[in-house]
Design a protein around this ligand. Structure first.
Ligand code: GDP
Ligand code: IMO
Ligand code: MG
Length: 428
């Protein structure tokens, strides 16, 4: 039975939540391994719409054990807020497991995230303001707080005090803010300890034992390949490894145990926040994609920047993640576009480049070279097999498959759970 990783191929919001949920009936565990509540994964089940930020999408399927791995950063007020909101809608969250090694986002890092962005001015990243960057920085700087620290009040107080010793200098002297109280911070964090304790487990061991028992484990990435701190458009990235390697470091499951790596890609492209985006459209085509595709952030509500499909970006995702399959989503959003441009290569300072540029400066200067495909006007909503798709939609998918260098195993034709054309079983 397989261990399957789901990642984003582009800049996030590709429909990872929907893809994860679609496999829910056939998996035993769903693991979030990176990021925090910067993610927003939408799942639509009938008339119900769920926006998940910190909990893995598998939580919506009865019988699935949701796991928050060590690579995640947890805002405890968001975690319990989300659990309460789902519980009040009849979702059972009692099986949730949380790694003792996951890091906690203390309130002071939320403050710092926002203050630093404001300080950067026009050079800002456009973060979600959730404290993600400062918390991963603390982790690497070895001044972070972990879930297990909540169960030793003395240690917790020591760690908060030494972190704030540094941060209060910054807040007061550099950013002209008030100092934050260590006692109040500790008290706030401790208020979650009793509720958190029953969920805490050695999740790396739980997952490996599950795989040894023949169970199916799905790893659900937050963010995406182009937002990965190592392999994305640094510095316009998040602060974690959102690519497939992150599933191992962020869960404790070794690489030798991963069977499949699936990326989700939109049939066009979107991006939230700052950073290069060669196929971005600032005309009526971009407006159309935004309104038809409902391209507004699940987390911050910001309008997403929209553009045409960028094949070198997805080909890069195939390579970096070692993809075995691609899920192409939102094909239905392209219905009615007469000629569909696809970026097949870039022109960088007058020279054609077929692959992803080596340097960030080149990517900033990259101009898309387009190939055009004939569109279709038929509604895709009811399509359930590849043959149900209009011929031109089939040709578009097959062309993207060729360019991606990996098979397109499923195609999204609408937001709902059932709006999916499956060509190859992702768990088989
Ligand atoms: P994630 O962060 O990768 O999970 O993606 P988001 O949930 O942030 O954004 C994807 C949006 O597209 C959500 O509103 C989904 O309900 C919606 N969606 C997913 N797949 C499809 C699809 O095939 N067609 C349409 N029309 N909407 C989709
Ligand atoms: P999902 O999982 C899209 C972007 C932010 C910003 C950059 C850094 O829903 O695909 P951060 O708050 O992480 O320090 O912000 O990353 N970003 C996302 N964009 N989808 C996401 O998650 C994102 N998570 C972070 O907009 O540009
Ligand atoms: Mg999202």
């Amino acid at each position: 039975m397989p261990a399957v990783v789901i990642v984003g191929a582009q800049w996030g919001d590709e429909g990872k939540g929907k893809a994860t949920d679609a496999l829910g009936h056939a998996v035993d565990y769903v693991v979030k391994f990176n990021g925090g509540n910067n993610a927003g994964h939408t799942v639509v089940i009938g008339t119900e719409k769920y926006a998940l930020h910190l909990l893995p999408s598998g939580i919506l399927t009865p019988g699935v054990v949701p796991v928050i791995g060590n690579g995640v950063v947890i805002d405890l007020s968001v975690l319990f807020g989300e659990i309460e909101a789902l519980t009040s809608r009849g979702i059972d969250c009692s099986a949730l497991l949380v790694s003792a090694n996951a890091h906690i986002i203390p309130p002071y890092n939320r403050t710092l995230d926002k203050v630093i962005e404001r300080f950067l001015g026009t050079r800002k990243i456009g973060t979600t303001g959730r404290g993600i960057g400062p918390t991963y920085a603390d982790k690497m700087n070895r001044i972070g707080l972990r879930v297990q620290d909540l169960f030793d009040e003395h240690i917790l107080a020591q760690k908060v005090e030494s972190a704030l010793d540094q941060k209060n200098h910054l807040l007061v002297k550099v950013y002209n803010r008030r100092a934050i109280s260590a006692e109040e911070t500790v008290e706030h964090l401790l208020s979650f300890a009793d509720r958190l304790r029953p969920m805490v487990a050695d999740t790396a061991k739980v997952l490996l034992d599950a795989l040894d028992d023949g169970k199916t484990v799905l790893f659900e990435a937050g963010q995406a390949t182009q937002l990965d701190v190592d392999h994305g458009n640094y510095p316009f990235v998040t602060s974690s490894n959102a690519t497939s390697g992150g599933a191992c470091t962020g869960s404790g499951v070794p690489p030798t145990r991963i069977d499949r790596v699936v990326a989700v890609a939109k049939a066009y492209a979107t991006r939230v926040g700052e950073g290069p985006f060669p196929t971005e459209l600032s005309d009526e085509h971009g407006e159309r994609l935004r309104s038809v595709g409902g391209e507004f952030g699940t987390t911050t509500g910001r309008p997403r920047r929209c553009g045409w499909y960028d094949a070198p970006v997805v080909r890069y995702a195939t390579r970096i993640n070692g993809l075995t399959d691609l899920v192409l989503t939102k094909l239905d959003v392209l219905t009615g576009v007469e000629h569909l441009p696809v970026c097949v290569a870039y022109e960088v300072d007058g020279v054609r480049q077929d692959h992803f540029p080596l340097t960030q400066s080149d990517f900033h200067h990259a101009k898309p070279i387009y190939e055009y495909f004939d569109g279709w006007t038929e509604d895709l909503a009811g399509a359930r097999s590849f043959d149900d798709l209009p011929k031109n939609a089939q040709s578009y998918v097959l062309a993207l498959e060729e360019m991606a260098g990996v098979r397109i195993s499923a195609i999204g034709v609408g937001p709902e759970r059932e709006d999916l054309v499956v060509r190859h079983d992702l768990l088989g």
